[in-house]
Design a protein around this ligand. Structure first.
Ligand SMILES: CSC[C@H]1O[C@H](OP(=O)(O)O)[C@H](O)[C@@H]1O
Length: 367
């Protein structure tokens, strides 16, 4: 992703300072701050406080956290302690556990003296893989956008609606839902993106910041406007990310996604989900019944963050003093409402057959 002409990933290893550096997303879009992640507590805070956020980016961050743990103490006991310490930071995005499990499986068989080097290499590999997975998702999603564009008068934009930020900032690079947008834009296909604000943390502002940096036309809308826009034929396609998709294609994503899917179905608008395979939880069938939904601090709902008149970043309370807030951070869209899953291996139906067709190695393992 380019920021003022400079390419950035969302996290990177600073070899000179021998430390992981991240973009601290808590202050975006108003303030671009890069911070080091130097201790295990820094890693836990970075994930829980959403300094880094987004399922794939959380996974890559956790892998670097395991690498730090192996530098500090490469014992089995510390590996398990690091796994537990990091895994408990956020319960819903499966990429966190996926990355920690992958690290532990790769490191456990190694002599302790080799673990720190191997862990660091694996974290870098997971980050690089994420970039390539998302690039491929973009290429497959581009073809869907291209098909929609071909049916429109020349020059008329393809109108996409997206919820939350499944963008470059939610991954190491490209984004998942935004990758097809970036690639379509670069291919010269006219786009217009309706960007859901996505209360309560307003990750839509991150998406607006990204799209603006990339020159993609967009409009920031309230979460409740999408159904109206679809009713009036102003949306050609909905595309979102996911934090965990089950083997039968149920999609867990930011709270409010389910409502968008319902409106899309009611208005005949295709609803696609950009799905990197590490976000598939092959152990879960029924997402509504089985996926743990993170309940975050009510202050995220009772207050809102923004730039104050003095130019600083502050919070204001939007509710009466003493009003209780409820803050489930995700919901689950049943696979019946999903038009298709855009993975790095291609597009498939949101079904066990669809996913096992693209990922037979997992289907066989489950038998
Ligand atoms: C590419 S996955 C992004 C996914 O993660 C977001 O959640 P959060 O901002 O709480 O980490 C949101 O659900 C996005 O769709």
């Amino acid at each position: 992703m380019k920021i003022d002409g400079t390419h950035y990933r969302s996290l990177w290893w600073n070899a000179e300072r021998d430390v992981l550096e991240i973009i601290d997303q808590r202050w975006l879009p108003h303030d671009f701050r890069v911070i080091p992640v130097a201790t295990m507590q820094d890693f836990a805070d970075a994930i829980y406080e959403m300094r880094v956020r987004g399922a794939p980016l959380i996974g890559a961050t956790a892998a670097y956290g395991m690498a730090l743990a192996m530098r500090e103490d490469p014992s089995d006991a510390n590996m398990d302690a690091a796994w537990t310490f990091l895994e408990k930071t956020r319960p819903t995005a499966i990429n966190l556990r996926w990355a920690l499990d992958r690290c532990r499986a790769a490191l456990r068989p190694l002599p302790q003296g080799e673990r720190a080097t191997a862990a660091h290499a694996l974290a870098a590999e997971i980050a690089d893989e994420d970039v390539e997975i998302n690039r491929r998702i973009g290429a497959h999603g581009l073809e869907i956008i291209r098909e929609i564009a071909a049916k429109k008068p020349a020059g008329e934009p393809v109108r996409l609606l997206t919820h939350c930020n499944a963008g470059w900032l939610a991954t190491v690079d490209w984004g998942t839902a935004t990758s097809p947008m970036y690639q379509a834009h670069e291919a010269g296909i006219p786009l217009h993106v309706w960007v859901d604000e996505t209360r309560p943390r307003n990750q839509g502002a991150l998406t607006a910041w990204e799209l603006g940096s990339h020159g993609v036309p967009h409009t920031y809308i309230t979460d409740n406007a999408g159904g109206h826009l679809m009713q009036h034929g102003l949306v050609d396609m909905v595309i979102t990310g996911t934090d965990r998709t089950t083997r039968q294609g149920d999609v867990c994503n930011k709270i409010g996604t389910y409502l968008k899917a319902l409106a899309a179905r009611d208005n005949g608008v295709p609803f696609y989900v950009a799905l990197p395979s590490p976000t598939i939880d092959w152990t879960v069938g029924d997402g509504v019944a089985e996926i743990p939904i993170e309940e975050r601090n009510a202050r995220e709902v009772t207050h809102i963050q923004g730039v104050t008149d003095e130019g600083g970043i502050g919070h204001v309370r939007v509710t009466p003093e003493g009003t209780e807030g409820g803050n489930p951070a995700f919901d689950v869209t049943p696979h019946r409402l999903v038009t298709g899953l855009i993975t790095e291996r291609g597009v498939c139906d949101a079904s066990e057959e669809g996913l096992s067709g693209l990922f037979p190695e997992h289907a066989q393992a489950a038998e």
